[in-house]
Design a protein around this ligand. Sequence first.
Ligand SMILES: Cc1cc2nc3c(=O)[nH]c(=O)nc-3n(C[C@H](O)[C@H](O)[C@H](O)COP(=O)(O)O)c2cc1C
Length: 391
Amino acid sequence: MKLNELRIGNLTSRLPIVQGGMGVGISMAGLASAVANEGGIGVISAAIPGIHEPDFATNSARANIRALRNEIRKARKMTDGVLGVNVMVALTDFSAMVRTSIEEGIDIIFSGAGLPLDLPGYLVEKAKTKLVPIVSSARAAKIICQKWLSRFNYLPDAMVVEGPKAGGHIGFKAEQIDDPDFTLDHLVTEVIDALKPYESGHQKIPVIAAGGVYGGENIHYFLKLGAAGVQMGTRFVATHECDADDAFKQAYVDAKEEDMVVIKSPVGLPGRVIRNDFTEAVNQGKKKPFKCPFHCIKTCDSSKSPYCIAMALGNARKGKLKHGFAFAGKNAYRVEKVVSVKELMTTLMEEFGRAAAESDVQKEEVYRRCNIDLGPGTRVPQKCEDSAWLF
Ligand SMILES: Cc1cc2nc3c(=O)[nH]c(=O)nc-3n(C[C@H](O)[C@H](O)[C@H](O)COP(=O)(O)O)c2cc1C
């Protein structure tokens, strides 16, 4: 099996690897352009990009638009590769972030944390931006396809399926997170099936698997399952090019398996984080509701929230982990060191190659056991077809 390119509409990335958008300020122009230069799809986060702008406290809306515009332009100067922006539906300035991304001619908008039901309505004439929802269930995938078709005669250009091992906010109830029915492979298979009825007469909708994809062997697994690509966040945090402070990356290197926890975020969703003194203080009720200067997430009620998630994540991004915490995928404790994006991509490709070769050896073994001549045109008897999962 080859590591194929990923096609989304008329866009092609040499590698089927999307770097997941990571707010607040974790994936900006630096990381996104580095990933795009290595053949993946680099994604800038539109989650409060202006948080460090001087006028953020007085005019957060204007600061966010300006910061996102600057990041897109900066990234474009640094790469000819495929670039995306991640815009969460839950953001209060969702519309402004989508409009700015399209005005700047971004290649792809990735949008989750809610159902982006009106996203195609933002496409102005001649816009070349592709639209890729992020979902956590086949039901959500179906609803988006139905609504987009009936309201805009438009189908998603691809679909990211994010499972419960992902870093950041996750779209699952607490009891679903470790339920075997909600593993990423289940979800990917269900979404691929759910999309089939919408593909007749149209192009195939590529499905991209996200959440817990760590090594090249995982990429091999999900591509064999029928995914067209993978989206990875955690691995890209631990790169030199990631836009977070070194202390944020070091928190990944230092984390132990037992530090990977799911918290109840003030925005009403579970969030996967590395536990620290800040999260412990929240658990012990030592943090108190605060005065919110800007209402960045639609579902956040600051009068009941013990802390501001935007400030906590923004502080962590700057390396001030005493005043915040790091979002991280379930596998972040496996990170041993910070590497360059180039080194990471090379490692992933080597691991993929090894997994593919092993799978070919298994295939030959099954064929041999079934006494099949491996010459061209050989028909595989039923008992061997039953072993198809091995390949
Ligand atoms: C630090 C961090 C911040 C994230 N922020 C966002 C975000 O703002 N919006 C979003 O849709 N996903 C966000 N994610 C999820 C990633 O885009 C990606 O889908 C996920 O990390 C994949 O799982 P993995 O970390 O196991 O590779 C974040 C993930 C991390 C680790």
